[in-house]
Write a protein that binds this ligand. Structure first.
Ligand code: CDP
Length: 150
């Protein structure tokens, strides 16, 4: 009985914060090196073209979020990265839920390149505020600033 009650309550809470079963999870990656994070400039859709994001994309069915981070950054940047923990809270987006993960380049990885973006740029804490970020990513900037230091 107790489990049933707790289960229903947990489901209700999850629903309220938008984590309904089946909600699409999009991972965004704060790839950090030497006090800088890699920002990537979107090319699509037209409404977001030119704005900056933390690179990432949709988690596939049965895929872990860490694996999605590594796959997306290999596809988008040609880089070999390892995810190393969450940053900030879940952010509601039209597509579902955005989760930011920290990541580092693996030794020997190629330098990240704009294979699917208009440009990529390493930015330090002071530089974060100079970019026109997509709305959802803007919310994580204070946490990111703390990670990068001053
Ligand atoms: O193509 P895929 O679904 O893998 O990924 P995407 O189109 O890059 O991102 C899916 C959705 O998440 C889009 O609506 C993006 O605007 C959003 N997104 C975001 O808000 N911030 C990011 N750092 C990455 C994606």
């Amino acid at each position: 009985l107790l489990r049933g009650v707790l289960g229903a309550r947990a489901a209700e809470l999850a629903e309220r914060v938008g984590v309904a079963a089946g909600a699409r999870i999009v991972v965004a990656t704060a790839l950090v090196r030497d006090g800088r994070v890699l920002a990537a400039q979107r090319t699509r859709p037209a409404a977001l073209a030119g704005r900056w994001e933390l690179p990432g994309g949709s988690v596939e069915t049965g895929e872990s979020e860490d694996a999605a981070v590594a796959r997306e950054l290999r596809e988008e940047l040609g880089a070999d990265v390892v995810a190393c923990g969450r940053l900030g809270t879940d952010l509601p987006i039209d597509a579902g839920l955005l989760r930011v993960h920290l990541a580092r380049l693996r030794p020997g990885s190629a330098e990240p390149a704009a294979l699917e973006h208009a440009a990529v740029r390493w930015v330090d804490a002071a530089g974060l505020a100079t970019l026109d970020w997509v709305d959802a990513d803007r919310a994580v900037l204070p946490d990111l600033c703390a990670v990068l230091g001053t």
